[in-house]
Design a protein around this ligand. Structure first.
Ligand SMILES: [Zn+2]
Length: 440
């Protein structure tokens, strides 16, 4: 009885925090534009809102006495960047498309692109998963899979994610995953990709990292030889299991040097610990010539991004959604020319700093001269494509086609490939021809 009472109290408290946030946001929106004190006040509001959101999260993460232990274990072991709350279901938003919109959409699909923030585990469609289960002789029924992919809250999302990872039984399973990834990229004319793979849980499940690395490298080489796309990997050393595990993952990468594995990323639950805890891991990776990126400001405030820039010296920031709260940080990112990997749909899904497409800070970042790249984060899980992401910028954030082409160019130069200028020289005339073809 007392458990129920406590849980109710908790829910009430969370609800009241939600209301506080709504109120603060409403007042913040009413601050007069173009007054000298407004930016300072906005920052103060954002800080306060962020404090409350963090309070809310710590409540959400409290161990509820009556919660089954296996569920707690599952939640604690999720090795996924999109951490906290899934606020909307994954059904595709239907736009009312005019004839012009349709031409734009076709243009965006055909435009040659790069993508540098997507997770391999999230490139597994229901069909691929079914194939993997069949191959590993795991019994399942279609109904069960349909249900898994129709998640509408955090627990269900975690369930799907873990189910996917746990279905990978041998390194050969990556052939199916890779095929899925390649099809996705081809369908959206993504010519070059840097893809995350988080091996921690797979290793826990008994897979051998050397074999995984060998397989991924082979698939990437074969794909390049067959005409592309060019797919490289960033191994997500992961925050979820702490710095010691991250360091182990780095040593695995170092002792399995492969031309397709170009660096490391820091994903996993951002609120599990500060970026600075991973200083040594990043310093060693950089000393060994690996490229380094980190998720930051997706689920925590601007201080998390500052740590990532100043302490980890990461070369790109994943999400960076909360940077908007700190003008001096935005200045720093601009000065250091650190690209931000924008994942618009994903940010709306998690709903931490932005709830509506039209409120996404990418508009401000771009206008202020920050380098931005457009990405999907989790294409199959969130049911989005890179084409959709660009279209949302056009439709909801008033990016012109010229601005979109400029974002595409920034996306090329933000990659870690050796000759981005060569790639852009290849893309540019193709894009010009496509603009004429689709009259955009
Ligand atoms: Zn991510």
């Amino acid at each position: 009885m007392s458990n129920v009472f406590r849980l109710e109290q908790l829910i009430q408290r969370i609800r009241s925090l939600d209301k506080d946030v709504e109120d603060l946001r409403r007042i913040r929106a009413r601050l007069p534009a173009n007054r000298s004190f407004t930016p300072g006040l906005q920052v103060a509001f954002d800080r306060h809102i962020n404090d409350i959101l963090n309070q809310k999260i710590s409540l959400e993460e409290l161990e509820v006495e009556s919660l089954p232990e296996d569920l707690l274990n599952e939640i604690a072991s999720v090795d996924v960047a999109t951490a906290s709350r899934i606020s909307v279901d994954r059904e595709k938003k239907e736009y009312d498309l005019s004839a012009e919109d349709k031409r734009v959409l076709e243009f965006l699909r055909a435009m040659p692109k790069t993508e540098v923030h997507l997770h391999m585990e999230a490139c597994i469609s229901k069909e691929t998963l079914a194939g993997m289960l069949a191959r590993n002789r795991i019994e399942y029924d279609d109904e069960q899979l349909n249900k898994l992919y129709k998640f509408s809250n955090l627990q269900e999302f975690i369930k799907l994610f873990l189910f996917i990872i746990d279905s990978i039984k041998t390194p050969d399973d990556f052939e199916l995953v890779f095929q899925n990834l390649r099809d996705y990229m081809n369908a959206n004319n993504v010519r070059y990709g840097e893809v995350f793979l988080a091996p921690s849980r797979m290793i826990q499940n008994g897979l051998d990292f050397s074999e995984i690395a060998e397989t991924l490298d082979r698939l990437s080489r074969e794909c390049r030889l067959a005409g592309g796309p060019d797919i490289r990997y960033l191994i997500d050393v992961s925050r979820t299991f702490g710095p010691e595990n991250a360091s182990k993952n780095l040593q695995r990468v170092l002792s399995n040097a492969k031309s397709s594995i170009i660096g490391i990323g820091l994903g996993g639950a951002e609120l599990m610990g500060p970026a600075r805890d991973y200083k040594d891991v990043f310093a060693q990776a950089q000393a060994e010539g690996l490229r380094t990126v980190a998720h930051a400001g997706e689920d925590d405030g601007p201080w998390s991004i500052r740590d990532t820039v100043e302490v980890l010296k990461a070369e790109r920031i994943g999400h960076g959604t909360s940077a908007i709260q700190d003008p001096s940080l935005m200045e720093l990112i601009k000065k250091k020319k650190i690209p931000i990997e924008i994942c618009l749909t994903s940010n709306i899904f998690t709903g931490k700093y932005v709830r509506r497409e039209k409120d996404h800070p990418v508009r401000r970042y771009y206008d202020d001269g920050l380098i931005c790249t457009v990405n999907t984060d989790d294409p199959e899980i969130f049911n989005v494509t890179l084409t959709d992401e660009y279209f949302k910028l056009y439709k909801s954030l008033d990016f012109t086609i010229s601005e979109i082409v400029d974002l595409c160019r920034q996306g090329v130069y933000a990659t870690f490939q050796k000759n981005p200028a060569g790639m852009w020289n290849d893309f540019k005339p193709q894009i010009e021809t496509l603009r004429k073809k689709y009259a955009v």
